[in-house]
Design a protein. Sequence first.
Length: 336
Amino acid sequence: KEKEKEKKKKHNGHGHGKKNQVGPAAANGTTTMHATAGAAVTSSPASPATTAKAKATATAKATATATAAATSTATVAAPPVPLTAELRAKGHKEVLNGTFPVPVDPAFDLLLDNHPFYLRFNSENRGNFDFDLGPWEGGAGGDGTRGAGAVRKSTYKTPNEHKVGPRNIDVVQEDKVLRGERGSCFVVESKVFTPNVPYGDTFYIHNRYVILSAGRGCSRLVVETKVDYLKSVWGVVKKFIESNSYAGVTGNFASLNTALHAYMEEIGAKPLAAAGDVAGDAGGGGTCAAAAAAAAAAAAAAAAAGGGGGGADAAAAAADAAVATAGGGGGQGLAD
């Protein structure tokens, strides 16, 4: 009897233990019931399948981000091109020197073709009208209208801001591509004639545009100007011509600088990021000038470490980029 009682007691004890045992599901926290305002709320941690899916999504996003960064870096058309002495014009005065976040070829379109920006700037900012803008023709090297030797001729009228001369000035502009290298460098000379102003048959304004790659999808624009003469004039007349001409040209390119700044903001143009840049801080300072200076400095350091004659050229490029960063010469710069 005592043994039977002991067995019965052990049997009842085991049953009680099973009744209060916490099963594997509860131990893992798969389902927990919370009574809240008479309602049952169930919360479940992610299943293995859900966790795997989340990891796959995160991996895909990381891969896409890395690919985008690599593509942005790879799409830079060309490394920074230094402004060498051969690109400079003798006897000309610099009126603009700066950088802005547009590659070289689109920059050519903006400044030297019938782009909406070009037309808007000349009509709204400068008050020019009666445009007859000729197309680019010719051009060597299979580069179509942008190759060396391409020419175009345009005419328009501009208001006369001086008391002397006609109310509106007739302008004839003849442009010629001296050097055309897509994605790298353009040099264009522009001769501006104003035949109906006093002594207008004796001189013309000789502008020279240099558009260089500044790296990271940016361009550097340098404009130089000079008064050239078709006939000899008296000293006092020459002084009068040059004083008014340089004042007009300087004012024109100061307005262009302002208009380009505004247009870059309007279209949301920014330098391309480089590998290692923090988001929103491309170029080490967010400007094309800073990007060009950094790239040129890196090239100089690499060339110096490698030895050879390239070191001096790269060092010159770095110094030149620093000038662009500061605005350079007589120009305000397009990205201060």
